[in-house]
Design a protein around this ligand. Sequence first.
Ligand code: SAM
Length: 306
Amino acid sequence: MTDHATTQSAELKEQVRQRYGQIAQGVLAGGNGSASCCGPANIELADGFSLDAVIPLQAASNCCGSSAATTTAGLLYGQNELTGLPESVTGAALGCGNPTAIAALRPGQTVLDLGSGGGIDCFLAARQVGPAGQVIGLDMTEAMLALAERNKASLGDAAANVRFVRGEIEAMPLPDGEVDVIISNCVINLSLDKDAVFREAFRVLRPGGYLAVSDTVALQPFSEEMRRDAAVWSACASGSLDVATYMARLHAAGFHPVQISDVTPTDFGLSEGVDDGAAAVAGELAGGLKSWIASAKIVAHKPLQN
Ligand SMILES: C[S@@+](CC[C@H](N)C(=O)[O-])C[C@H]1O[C@@H](n2cnc3c(N)ncnc32)[C@H](O)[C@@H]1O
């Protein structure tokens, strides 16, 4: 079951890409990799991007005044985890949880991060799997990949075992059965075809591998109008599945057992963080974002034998 008709899906996906592209461009324009988000804009952009097109995020988010761009990371991660990560990593955190805290990663594992954004969870996973392991960050948005590559370069050897790949989570450009653990942070809700994501996740995992993700879940049904609204969808809101549906669709893809826990109504600090678009949406939804969505921990295993 796709989550929308095909033409609507294509349009909404493009709007999701644009939204996250603009956020990434804002972070790229606002810092030099190690400076704060108020830093100089003397940066190189990936092919096809020009500074003229950049939307200066700090102008819209007060991040220069209050360092609010670090607030989301500060809420989701422990200070010990954030130590050593530049602000262009922590300031680009757009998640709703901390997947590496639930994934029980071990040295030597191959980890795939779906919708890796600026790369924060990849860099945290890289520490846990060590030099014998590897981390693949998959994202469809060119500017996010450019930001992630810059962040990787600024981390040097600490990120030598991380690589970023351009692609869609509904059609992962990866071989069968080579991933030990899939992580993801607030991305699957954005997909227009979640069954394809779960099928692909099952395909690329090795037997006995598992998915350990943070994602949003719906606390009440979104109207069809809200589900068609690009702003509400791309703010990680109206694409969210309710818990029962999320479980059923993971089971249908072959995952067993599946566990969804720690369902926590939250606005992830979006009201004043890097993601002002989501803050605006939260203001428009009756009762605020917390009445509509929660963050949850989702763990689903690919059985050793089918
Ligand atoms: C809310 S951000 C989360 C980024 C990152 N996981 C984090 O925690 O900071 C969503 C990310 O998923 C990416 N994304 C959304 N839909 C995608 C899709 N269908 N395929 C690949 N990437 C996608 C966006 O480009 C964006 O970087």
